[in-house]
Design a protein around this ligand. Structure first.
Ligand code: DX5
Ligand code: ZN
Length: 225
């Protein structure tokens, strides 16, 4: 997963809106369209009001593709399930800082299984909540909406958190954004320092995935003005 870190921005399709009745075909189309990793949103109906899917579906993706699977756990008590998500094929696991009591311990657990560890901060959580662990994680996911549902509108002010993270002196973690990212908003994310962009509706509401990928990447050039 971390091998995907390079100078180029990376777009990760969020699979919430994919056609689950034709999973293998959807994934093959995304591969052909040039996407290089998939983002899987696990929601437990407790941490967020919505319920999505668990490790059985993560494993179904794993059976369909060799693309790295970036698993975003929107669940309370994620530490109880790290091993099962690993066994199901996850390459990285991102937990929410709001959902754990002992972030150090879950980071260690994820690393001990050879996965990349990410921490997510929801809309109302300040960057200070992750200051102590920022150098221990591989990925920081800044939500650009309130976590829980696809298709919400991007909140531009939340991009300030990316700058705050860099101001903390954190150079190690990859900066990822998630929520309302599309061809109209992705440029601002890259300008603010985001490296990996999660895109749901902005891919799945398009007829042609390859065109969607090209459109998104085209808007990623950094504004030098
Ligand atoms: C929402 C999820 C997102 C969501 C993004 O809480 O974490 O990954 O699927 O969907 P869009 O791009 O439609 O906002
Ligand atoms: Zn997500």
């Amino acid at each position: 997963m971390l091998a995907l870190r390079n100078a180029d921005p990376l777009v990760l399709p969020s699979m919430l809106l994919c056609d689950f009745a034709n999973l293998a075909k959807e994934v093959a189309n995304l591969e052909e369209a040039g996407f290089r990793a998939l983002h899987l949103d696990v929601m437990d109906g407790v941490f967020v009001p919505n319920f999505s899917y668990g490790m059985t579906i993560v494993n179904a993706f794993h059976q369909c593709t060799k693309l790295p699977l970036d698993v975003h756990l929107m669940m309370q008590g994620p530490e109880k399930y790290v091993e099962q998500f690993h066994a199901s094929g996850a390459h990285s696991i991102t937990f929410h800082i709001e959902a754990v009591d002992d972030p150090d311990s879950i980071i260690q657990q994820i690393h001990s299984l050879g996965m990349a560890a990410g921490v997510a901060i929801d809309r109302d959580t300040p960057v200070s909540a992750i200051a102590k662990i920022i150098d221990k994680v591989d990925l920081v996911l800044v939500m650009t909406i309130k976590a829980g549902f696809g298709g919400q509108s991007f909140i531009p002010g939340l991009l300030d958190k990316l700058r705050e993270i860099r101001e903390l002196g954190a150079t190690n973690p990859i900066l990822q954004v998630d929520g309302g990212v599309n061809a109209g908003t992705i440029g601002a994310c890259v300008d603010a320092g985001a490296e990996w962009m999660v895109v749901g509706s902005g891919v799945f509401k398009q007829e042609d995935f390859a065109q969607a990928n090209r459109d998104l990447l085209q808007h990623c050039s950094i504004d030098q003005s």
